[in-house]
Design a protein around this ligand. Structure first.
Ligand SMILES: [Zn+2]
Length: 516
């Protein structure tokens, strides 16, 4: 059902097949109101959205038997894949609904929904721990009742709840993971998004993801803003649904790459979507209420679709780290969530591709904590284990080139049969023997000069050098310097390791070694 074709960090490009077609993930399903839909569903489809979300509870209350006779696709006039919410959102809004889990499960299958949800009890940000626990238990009970009463015509989604109580999220995820669902979902970030608590959102996803089967898709309920979307994808979410495009539009709020703006306060339209090309900002401001809502909503949908496409491209090119680094810069609280995931150094371990077609970038903190750094550090350590008790010769980087093959120094050392480890100090990796300089990503990286002076990177580089030299237990250290070596890290090596000689060029070092 779910085929993964490309991964980067915990993000993946995949394909989910269902009776009404297939969906390429990551993707977002715009929420369609079954009775009162303001933006034409055909327009939504033309923007690029191939699947939509609608509400089975509202459908039941408004159409009843008619929905069963016609099916949900005819009711909302859409032939592609449809996911239905079961009324859980109404539980979150109004406390309860006038329906039972088994009733909603059977109804969803009878209206031929492609992706069905359990009538769950979402955890609200305002819930006390007691209420949250009760909600999680009610959700688990609803899941059991649902699974016992369905005929598996739809793709069934198991909801993880618990909200800000991460131990409850863990409990819920462990239980749901054992149930036979086709797909999983995490609720409910809507309120968390409104309070800009993106770090909590990241923690919730990381917690749930840890216990859910990695081979099944994960849906994130209600994340409808372009800004945190790529971050959620990088943490392993595959599908999203959102009514925000229309809810924001009703309030005159217009998505931009820099966050949401009030249309009435805008002097320019920073967008080239169909809407923004065909209208001036003045025209949109002066539209009648309903038309204004529709117009802004369509623009908001274009922005969401652009974000989905950009995120997919970033995964494809192996640049998801760079991409979320850029996106999260927009808001300090988003940036905090990026720093949080960079601090979880084992988060992406063994999940990141071992090789990427494109080189990787190191511009500033926290790029020193990208998952590739851990991978390279392990490779260096393994290499050093086989090369203990040698002389270390540290060379300066000459115009960022570090290939030593066919080098005169190397020939000389071979002639006189001196066993030396020759390498470079490259932040944030520490000491890199020349033999490892042509492996990925060292052979294909761009490092900003800033990384040599950035305090977090210096600290990490020094830690790595200490670990590496502890393995080598060097007999002597020779340090060759030039003007590029006047860095904090070089000063550290001189102070901590007292090199036998500090030399100005490689000619000098061969003379030194002859004298040994
Ligand atoms: Zn636009």
């Amino acid at each position: 059902m779910f085929e993964i074709t490309k991964t980067d960090l915990d993000g993946r490009i995949g394909k989910i097949d269902c009776d009404n077609g297939s969906i390429e993930t990551p993707t977002l399903l715009p929420v369609i109101h079954p009775v009162n839909q303001i933006v034409n569903i055909k327009t939504i489809n033309e923007i690029g959205f191939s699947a939509v979300m609608t509400n089975a509870y509202i459908t039941l209350k408004n159409y009843g038997e008619e929905a069963i006779e016609k099916g949900i696709h005819k009711i909302i006039n859409f032939e592609g894949p449809i996911m239905t919410d079961s009324g859980g959102y109404q539980v979150l809004e109004y406390g309860k609904v006038d329906a039972e889990p088994i009733q909603m499960a059977k109804f969803q299958e009878s209206i031929k929904t492609n992706f069905a949800n359990v009538l769950d009890h979402p955890t609200s940000l305002k819930d006390s721990v007691t209420n949250a626990k009760q909600g999680v238990n009610e959700t688990l009970s609803a899941c059991e009742q649902t699974l016992e009463n369905i005929s598996r015509k739809s793709i069934w989604i198991g909801p993880v709840q618990g909200g800000k109580y991460l131990d409850l999220v863990e409990f819920s995820a462990k239980k749901i993971a054992k149930m036979n669902f086709d797909m999983y979902a995490l609720g409910s970030p809507t309120e968390i998004m409104e309070s800009y608590n993106y770090k909590l959102l990241a923690k919730m996803i990381i917690t749930a993801k840890k216990y859910l089967p990695v081979e099944k898709p994960l849906h994130l309920f209600g994340l409808g803003h372009p800004l945190p979307l790529s971050l959620a994808v990088a943490l392993g979410c595959d599908t999203f649904d959102s009514a925000s495009y229309i809810l924001y539009a009703k309030d005159g709020r217009y998505f931009t790459d820099m966050g949401t703006k009030k249309i009435d306060e805008l002097d320019y339209l920073p967008c080239v979507c169909k809407i923004c090309v065909e209208h001036t900002v003045k025209e949109i401001k002066s539209l009648a209420k309903i038309e204004k809502t529709r117009t802004i909503a369509i623009h908001n949908l274009y922005m969401l679709w652009k974000e989905i496409q950009s995120t997919k491209l970033a995964i494809k090119e192996g640049r998801l780290w760079e991409y979320i680094g850029n996106r999260t810069r927009i808001h300090p609280k988003l940036w905090d969530s990026f720093i949080h995931l960079s601090e979880n150094e084992f988060l992406f371990e063994n999940k990141n591709p071992r090789f990427k077609k494109k080189g990787i970038f190191f511009s500033t903190f926290p790029d020193n904590r990208r998952p590739e750094v851990l991978m390279v550090n392990n490779k260096i350590k393994n290499f050093l284990m086989q090369n203990k008790n040698k002389i270390i010769i540290i060379l300066p980087l000459t115009q960022r080139r570090y290939s030593l093959y066919n080098n005169r120094l190397l020939k000389k050392l071979n002639e006189i049969n001196i066993e030396a480890l020759i390498g470079y100090i490259i932040p944030p990796f520490g000491f890199i023997p020349y033999q490892l300089t042509d492996i990925y990503p060292i052979s294909q990286m761009e490092i900003s000069e800033n990384m040599h002076n950035e305090s977090n990177t210096i600290k990490q580089t020094i830690e790595f050098i200490d670990q590496q030299f502890k393995i080598i237990k060097p007999k002597h250290i020779y340090l060759v310097t030039d003007e590029s070596s006047e860095t904090e890290i070089t000063k550290f090596i001189i102070n901590r390791y007292s090199p036998k000689k500090i030399l100005k060029n490689t000619e000098e070092i061969t003379k030194e070694i002859f004298d040994i």
